[in-house]
Unconditional design. Structure first.
Length: 241
């Protein structure tokens, strides 16, 4: 019975260490994944700003072309005005020129506003690009650093797996199955020591008669509350006192 308990305790130790390694590895992978997702989102935001700037630039060229065409109309109207001799025609031409000038003034104001918006877009794009470049550097550095650590953890997990298989091979298959079932139901912990005359897994009290059986290594004992396998370790009990 002593060998069985010792092997179960060793198995639990390996499983707990492997679980910690897996949690650390998964945490590093998730961190990198989150950073890459942020990078994708930032990239999409930058693309949207660039599209808006391109759209504004197209609109600016259209308005600027219209303004130049209208200015040509004003110039032609001024030339015609010099050749007009009749007062009525002269007044009509002046009114037409004035209307063209007002329309051009409005377009100039629109173009000026558009230029301001375009400049704001350019500043925002430059700032966004700087942020993305910084984030890319962080992602690459984190990825490189974590790749080394993840490789170390994978190697440790594989080594623990081989060690675990060796120890599990010393135990009866039905006991290993029982161990796994308890482990699955109890947050990865299947066997725990008695501490302060209680199960250290759930703090449920252990009767004196059961403690005596544990001390004598007579039978396989389990907690009456959480069903974890119990074992007696004098060092744990002494430390608890």
């Amino acid at each position: 019975m002593r060998d069985i308990v010792e092997n179960l305790v060793a198995l639990q130790g390996i499983d707990s260490a492997a679980r910690n390694d897996k949690n650390e590895r998964d945490g590093l992978q998730k961190k990198i994944q989150r950073l890459k997702e942020l990078l994708v989102v930032a990239g999409k935001g930058l693309d949207e700003k660039r599209e808006k700037l391109a759209e504004a630039s197209r609109w600016y060229r259209e308005k600027d072309s219209e303004l130049k065409a209208d200015q040509e109309k004003v110039n032609r109207a001024k030339s015609k005005l010099q050749a007009v001799t009749k007062n009525k025609e002269y007044m009509a031409m002046q009114k037409e020129i004035e209307l063209l000038r007002k329309a051009n003034t409005n377009k100039e104001e629109e173009i000026l506003k558009l230029l301001n918006v375009m400049e704001e877009f350019k500043i925002a794009i430059a700032a966004e690009q700087e942020k993305i470049s910084s984030l890319e550097a962080d992602v690459n550095a984190e990825d490189e650093h974590n790749a080394t650590r993840i490789g170390e953890l994978d190697a440790r997990i594989d080594a623990r797996g081989a060690e675990r298989d060796a120890i599990a091979g010393k135990l009866a298959p039905d006991l290993v199955t029982r161990y796994k079932r308890i482990q699955s139901a109890r947050d990865g912990v299947a066997i725990v020591p008695v501490r302060n005359q209680a199960c250290s897994g759930c703090n449920f009290s252990v009767p004196p008669q059961q403690i005596l059986r544990l001390q004598k290594l007579e039978t396989m004992e389990t907690c009456r509350n959480c069903s974890r396998i119990l074992y007696w370790d004098p060092k744990v009990e002494t430390a608890a006192e």
